[in-house]
Design a protein around this ligand. Structure first.
Ligand code: ASC
Length: 131
């Protein structure tokens, strides 16, 4: 799928950026920084759901360098742990975040957001360079 390592890096960075953008808007609603809009929240969560499936296959062998990246070598050294983190995130998004966002209930979105952000952070803490 990727001719060059830099293509894979660009792809996963783009997917993570899109996911983060829509997730951050859910966070802004959960925190009351922007008005709660149930339809927008549901649409944002659907984007997060779809895009949460995309980055992981772009961390293939040999894609640790080729373009500026914050990916740490542990991604390739501890592949099972990295994969497990991605699976935990995807399950959290599909089983918790999306139902909460589709419920139309801000309280449910608030309850779902923090634990989901924690899944993002757990992986960043272990597998992304500090920047
Ligand atoms: C976000 C975002 C992340 C996570 C992370 C959670 O909104 O873009 O990467 O939450 O900051 O700690």
């Amino acid at each position: 799928q990727f001719a060059m390592p830099e293509d894979a890096i660009k792809y996963r960075q783009s997917a993570l950026t899109v996911m983060g953008t829509h997730f951050a808007r859910l966070g802004a609603m959960a925190d009351g920084k922007i008005p709660y809009d149930a339809a927008a929240a549901s649409a944002d969560a659907d984007v997060v759901l779809l895009v949460s499936r995309l980055p992981w296959h772009a961390f293939g062998p040999g894609t640790d360098k080729g373009r500026e990246t914050a990916a740490r070598p542990e991604i390739w050294q501890e592949q099972a742990r990295f994969r497990e983190r991605s699976e935990v995130l995807m399950a959290q998004v599909s089983d918790v975040l999306v139902p909460a966002a589709r419920s139309g209930d801000l309280g449910q979105l608030k309850a779902a957001f923090g634990p989901t952000a924690q899944r993002c952070k757990a992986c960043h803490d272990d597998f992304r360079r500090k920047r």
